[in-house]
Design a binder for this molecule. Structure first.
Ligand SMILES: [Mg+2]
Length: 122
């Protein structure tokens, strides 16, 4: 399994608004794009991770949606990157706006989630 670094697309690499159509993509979020470019400069396999290409999403062709994100990559990162919605054991680190970091093998959570858990009724 080859090692790779994953970056979520919407709200992590590119701005997103709920009003967006599935074919609309946002503007680059500079700190994340800069971080991604550091990995590329070090030779890492960097992949865009997005549910936008999940089968059946808004009844659009996932290959077409993937091509839109690839165009965004060429424009804002300078090259086409792999776009996936599949994690595997090669994933080294994952940047995502919805993730909660959990300490391995202990369940301890990094950061304060009290507001989020209150909103979710946990
Ligand atoms: Mg996101």
């Amino acid at each position: 399994m080859s090692p790779w670094v994953g970056f979520d697309f919407d709200k992590t690499l590119a701005t997103y608004d709920i009003s967006y159509d599935i074919e609309q993509v946002g503007e680059p979020i500079k700190p994340t794009v800069d971080r991604l470019k550091k990995y590329l400069a070090k030779g890492y396999d960097v992949r865009i991770f997005t549910a936008r290409i999940s089968s059946g999403k808004d009844n659009r062709n996932p290959k077409f949606i993937k091509s839109i994100i690839e165009e965004w990559c060429v424009k804002h990162i300078g090259r086409k990157l792999p776009v996936t919605n599949i994690k595997d054991h090669g994933l080294l680190i994952f940047y995502d706006d919805k993730c909660v970091q959990v300490e391995p093998n202990t369940g301890r959570i990094f950061g304060d989630l009290s507001k989020e858990e209150e909103l979710l009724g946990i």
